[in-house]
Design a protein around this ligand. Sequence first.
Ligand code: PLP
Length: 401
Amino acid sequence: MNADPLPSDAHLMPTYGRLPVALSHGQGCWVWDTQGRRLLDGLGGIAVNTLGHNHPRLVPALQDQIGKIIHSSNYYRVPLQEQLADKLCELSGLANVFFCNSGLEANEAALKIARKFGHDRGNTSPEVLVFEGAFHGRSLATLSATANPKIQAGFGPLVQGFVRVKLNDIAAVEAALDAHPNITAIFLETIQGEGGINPARIDFLQALRRICDERDLLLMLDEVQCGIGRTGKWFAHQWAGIKPDVMPLAKGLGSGVPIGAVICGPRAAGVLKAGNHGTTFGGNPLAMRAGVETLKIMEEDGLLANAEAVGATLKAALAEGLAGETGVVEIRGQGLMLGIELDRPAGVLLGQALDAGLLISITADRVVRLLPALILTHDEAREIAARLVPLIKSLLAQPKP
Ligand SMILES: *Cc1c(COP(=O)(O)O)cnc(C)c1O
């Protein structure tokens, strides 16, 4: 076989540091590269492939939809949008939905809602409280809300109107709200993904809910990565027994078909009116069918319970395999959203894992992140750990840089 069978990438903008491998097809939690190598998928397309690859009920449903209608237009009613919105409101207990095509678009809509919520109350310079470690996307507004200076560098002037404090520090939140009376919304990921799998604590979320009620603010929870069953509940905030006012979703909602959504509770549901927001592709019948079928299959196959149980198996296997390793700072996360924080940069593990037949992610420099499909089996979870643990051990056996 040719050493480099892939065509040239010279005409692609070099925006990604890509590994020298291309995936040709997949089945469940396994994928094959173009050289015929079989790899175990611990990444799930970054929390996107909820149902794994080539799902036996999703694929025929999408084929059926493609043969009927792929795109119509928001000039007309789209019954599948109405159906998916009903389901998302049932699962979240919220009131209405705007559909878009990606995570950053869902967050842009949320930020527009936060600003309009202020304007509707006579606040003409509304601000939004955001957090250290946050990632909300790479459009100008969402990269301004993001905390990572590497993501912001070179793109100033940033969008104004963000105030940033430490996560899980309620005193810092109260102080910022006192100092910035124009703040109209508190915006955070229920579990930070790109920031290194950092959960907002349950008592912190509950305190934010109370503060938002007391001060007439919107609680906006970015569940683009942690939502859609990944933690073992439909939405990660449900572990805290609270409801947000605004919830952006995307990644896992379409099992690989591009989709985004922002869901609003009663306090935010009336903010955007006719003409205030829109998108050509948002809510197209193909993406909507993917969302409807994804949620249906998740329910029929008990994938929330599976994510919780198999996630526990995976976490336990990692903890057992890495017991006594002083270079492991923490193994954290919930369900099938797990991070292993090391005491040193871990980027080298990406290629090593690939050579060991495993797809993973490294985020926040030192955190090995696992986001497999929610159909993962207990055996596959143990296999992920069996492939990953020796690589981490051998990295930690080297002198710390
Ligand atoms: C991935 C992600 C986004 C951005 O989503 P895109 O679809 O890449 O625009 C926003 N917020 C969170 C929490 C994410 O994980």
